[in-house]
Structures are given as C-alpha cells and as structure tokens.
Ligand binder design. Structure first.
Ligand code: 7TS
Length: 417
C-alpha cells in the first residue's frame, strides 16, 4: 500500500531506480529495445500501488456503493468517499462536497458548460478562453455559445507561447460571464499564472474554470489560493487510472447548478410529476460511478504526496533543462514554445521530416513520443506547422532516456538525409 520510496539514509536523496521499480510498464522491451516512455502528457504510467489497489478492489471489495446495507458495500462506499477526501486535500478544496468524480477533464468541462453555462449565459454574453487551449476547453464552449447565442472570445499568445496579458485584460468586459483557461499547456508546456489571471477575471465578476489536466501531475494545486470557481483534473495523467477525474466546484455554485445527467444516485425523491435532487456532489454523479477508479486515484494522490513536490519538481526541472540542451544539438530541430515558466513538455519539429515520421523512427528505438496536433489545432495554426513531435517527462524519467531520444533523432536525421 505504501509507496516504496525512501531517501537514501546517507545522502538523503531519492533513488530514481528505486522509484522506477514501482512502475512495471517501464521495465519492458518494445521492438527489441528497452522502452523509453516519453509520452507522459498523454497519460502517465501507473505505480504498482495503484494497480494493486484496483486489483484488491475487484478481488475483495467489489460491490455497488451508497446503496448496500451489507459489509462489502459499506467498505466500498467508505473507500470511495475516502478517495474524495484525498482529492479534496490534493486540491486544497474547502469541503469534500466540492469534489465531483467525473471521467476526466473532458467530462468536467462539458459538465460545467452544460450545467452552469446554460444556467447563466444570455444571448450576447461572452466566454473568454485562450489561444493555447486543448480542444476539450474549446469545443464545449463553442457548443454552448452556439446554443444560447453567446460569443466566444480568444485571448492571444505570443511567439514564445505565452499569453498576452494586456490583450486578455482588454477582453474582460461586463459581458464576460465565464473565463476558461488552461493551467499548463499540453503542447507548449507554458505554465500560466492562473492566480493572477483569475484575479483579473474576478474584477469583472466572471466565473473562472481552470483546466488543470497538465498541472496536477507536476505541481501542488491550491484552488482556494488560485481563487477559481472550477478546476479540473484527469486521474490518468497523474499516475492514476483512466476513466476517472475530478471536477472541483465552489459549493455555492454547485448548489445552484442544475444536474448534468439524470439517473440513479443523484435524486432526493422521484415521482412522475416531480423529481428533487440530492445535494452536491451526488447531484452530479448519476449512475454507478467508476468506484475502483476513484479508489485508485486516491492511491495515486498518496503516492505523489509521499514522493513530495520538491522531489517531483526538481527531477522534472533537471530533465527539462537537460533535454532542451541535448535536443538543441540535433540539426534542424526547432522547439515550439519557449515560455519563461514551463513544465517538462517539449514540442518540436525537425526540418525535412514530418512529425509522424519522427515518431515512427524513434519508435524503432523503443522511444514513445506523441506526434500530431495534440488536440490543439489552433496552436499548430498559430505556429504555422501541421503537427509537432512532443516529448513529455515524468519524475521517473532519466537523463539516459533523454540521451536515447537524442540519439534516435540523430538517426532520423540520417535516414532523411
Ligand atoms: N486539457 C488538457 C490541457 C489536456 O492536456 C488534455 C489531454 C485534456 C484537457 C483532456 O483530458 P482527458 O483526460 O479528458 O482526455 N491531453 C492529451 C495530450 O496532450 N495527449 O493526449 C491527451
């Protein structure tokens, strides 16, 4: 259950090899080579502790929650609700009822757009997003704006991939009801100063959602300090299972919002004439939830807490710096995005080689990187590229893996002359 991580008793440092032992997926050969997994922004690998928690749940605790009077159901309910409290602690939410379990960031944003958005938006109102959003923080707002006759406004970025704050401020007028911004960009790595951006939006009384899918794996999150109304995370990007995530919502808002989906578990009473709803978070958790997923996500949170943010941030900083240095030695390689404050994500192009070919060639060396538009087509358009290759690092990656990537890219250069 406990992460097997202990600092070396003499040096006080954490041994990466010891940590890597917790991640079974990292110890395999692919295409006859040791796997070098550098697609952590798409999804992270899972520690044994999370995998074992899932297995334990399905082996010994499996039962439906919130409805059984028998032992197993009581155990499963307690474990599910304990996971909610862990997520509350992780985000520093004031109240566990502010933690709604959802499938992930995509569902969280759709929930807010459908429920809160339809509640407050009037024709002519505005929703502000930024030019560096993932499609899941664009399309739900487009759908909402189209259906209510509201307008979507986009705050621009500069060529370093940094939000232009003066332009963002200009967009924040009295018609803006909702602002939805990414905390960390998945294709550029840019870290937005969300506390500052939320503060500016609050001067206009806008409600603010922060897409934290790429932030939560890399840094401590404090929703109260940020001052946002909604914050979203995906369990699978932070060492937890797929199909589970959290929507944090300020309780005052969750209480006024209509349900997103109807069904079991979200009601107080049902008659054919009228249904009344359960209070949050149950109001937004219709049907049988991903019980095992929530429990597994809770274990992933404990795992990160045990590692400590100082270690995670320092390890990823070292990897980012080293990778930027090494990639700069590959002829024709251009890094897309150079914001001052950035996470361990590097998008790049190589002259004369399509991003997909880069991905395919390095795969022959066992290196897994993502290629394509990364669900951020507007960013690709802005930088005038059809696609990029992207390497994204987790605390369990090593400088040797950066060398493997660099060597594979050098070979790609040779293949394409
Ligand atoms: N927001 C950001 C910033 C993301 O990076 C992603 C997924 C999402 C939202 C959607 O999260 P989901 O868990 O609901 O799918 N990003 C990526 C990526 O960069 N590569 O694959 C998925």
């Amino acid at each position: 259950m406990q992460p097997r991580i202990e600092p070396d008793s003499t040096t006080g440092t954490i041994d990466i090899e010891q940590i890597r032992q917790d991640f079974p997926a990292l110890h395999q050969q692919v295409r006859g080579k040791p796997l070098t997994y550098l697609d952590n922004a798409a999804t992270s690998q899972k520690p044994k502790q999370v995998i074992e928690a899932l297995s334990r749940y399905y082996s010994y605790q499996n039962s439906n929650i919130h409805r059984g009077v028998y032992y197993l159901s009581e155990q499963a309910t307690a474990a599910y609700e304990a996971a909610r409290v862990k997520a509350q602690r992780f985000l520093n939410a004031a109240n566990p009822a502010e933690v709604v379990f959802v499938r992930g960031t995509t569902e969280a944003i759709n929930l807010v757009a459908s429920s809160y958005g339809r509640l407050v938006l009037q024709p002519g109102d505005e929703v502000v997003i930024s030019a560096m959003e993932h499609h899941s923080n664009i399309v739900p707002w487009q759908l909402l704006c189209e259906s209510v006759g509201a307008n979507l406004r986009v705050a621009p970025i500069d060529t370093s991939g940094t939000l232009i704050i003066s332009e963002y401020e200009k967009l924040l007028g009295p018609r803006v009801k909702i602002v939805a911004l990414v905390h960390v960009s998945n294709s550029l790595g840019t870290i937005n100063d969300v506390k500052h951006l939320v503060g500016l939006a609050k001067e206009q009384s806008a409600v603010v959602l922060i897409d934290g899918a790429q932030a939560a794996p890399h840094m401590p999150i404090d929703v109260q300090d940020i001052g946002c109304d909604f914050y979203t995370v995906s369990g699978h990007k932070m060492y937890g299972p797929t199909g589970i995530g959290v929507l944090y919502g300020r309780i005052e808002l969750l209480e006024t919002m209509p349900p997103y989906q109807g069904g079991g578990e979200m009601i107080r009473s049902v008659t054919f004439e009228k249904t009344t709803y359960a209070p949050p978070p149950a109001k937004f958790e219709a049907g049988t939830p991903h019980i095992a997923g929530a429990i597994g996500m809770g274990v992933a949170i404990e795992y990160l807490e045990q590692l400590g943010w100082d270690f995670v941030r320092e390890q990823e900083r070292v990897l980012l710096e080293y990778a930027l240095e090494r990639l700069a030695t590959v002829p024709g390689l251009q890094v897309i995005g150079s914001a001052e404050s950035r996470a361990s994500v590097i998008s790049f192009t190589v002259d004369g080689i399509h991003a997909h070919d880069i991905g395919t060639i390095v795969d022959q060396e066992g290196v897994a990187i993502r290629t394509g538009h990364h669900c951020t087509q507007p960013i690709m358009d802005f930088f005038g590229v059809p696609a990029t290759a992207r390497a994204s690092f987790a605390f369990y990656n090593t400088v040797e893996e950066v060398d493997t990537l660099t060597k594979a890219l050098m070979e790609a250069r040779e293949v394409f002359g």
